[in-house]
Design a protein around this ligand. Structure first.
Ligand SMILES: [Zn+2]
Length: 174
């Protein structure tokens, strides 16, 4: 039985997290920025594998961010070819520092969720509060037809293919 309200585990690959951090810091000018999130959602675990930047035609405003659609589509195609990642959500900054989705955000997500072509059952969003001072906070939200719920995000690579690092220095010490 599937329960749509149940919160999945969310994990982000370190390089995707770094991409978000770098892009957010680079655009610390009081305007929102963001990009798409690409990865896999098997129902129980969502893995964020790639995070996009805003793209050259994005519209960055004080209270909203309109992504560059063709840029997003290009990223989505590349990610699909690389590791079958799909569009699972988006991230964007809030220069106010407030990390809750705005009404504008919630309306945009509702439109995505109602668009049969996109086929979303739920939508993942990471909101990065970044003010002109040094404060950076980020909260991930799972948005479905009824609610937006904050979810904890683990940071880590896939277990397969990335064995735990064994430091040769440890052996040498013995
Ligand atoms: Zn927003």
């Amino acid at each position: 039985m599937s329960n749509p309200v149940q919160r999945p585990d969310v994990r982000i690959i370190p390089k995707a997290l770094m991409m978000i951090g770098e892009e957010a810091i680079r655009s610390r000018d009081g305007l929102e920025t963001g990009g798409i999130l690409l990865g896999t959602d098997d129902g129980q675990e969502i893995v964020i594998r790639h995070a996009g930047g805003p793209g050259p035609k994005a519209r960055r405003e004080f209270h909203r961010f309109l992504r560059d659609l063709s840029h997003a589509q290009q990223l989505a195609e590349l990610a699909w070819r690389e590791d079958q990642s799909q569009w699972i959500g988006e991230w964007h900054t809030h220069p106010s520092g407030d990390v809750t989705p705005s009404n504008y955000d919630l309306e945009a997500y509702a439109q995505h969720l109602h668009d049969p072509e996109l086929g979303f059952k739920r939508f993942l969003t990471i909101i990065v509060g970044i003010t002109r001072t040094d404060e950076i906070t980020a909260v991930a939200w799972i948005v479905d037809q009824e609610t937006a719920l904050p979810v904890p995000v683990a940071v880590g690579d896939d277990r397969e293919g990335t064995p735990a690092p064994q430091s040769p220095a440890d052996k040498d010490r013995k």
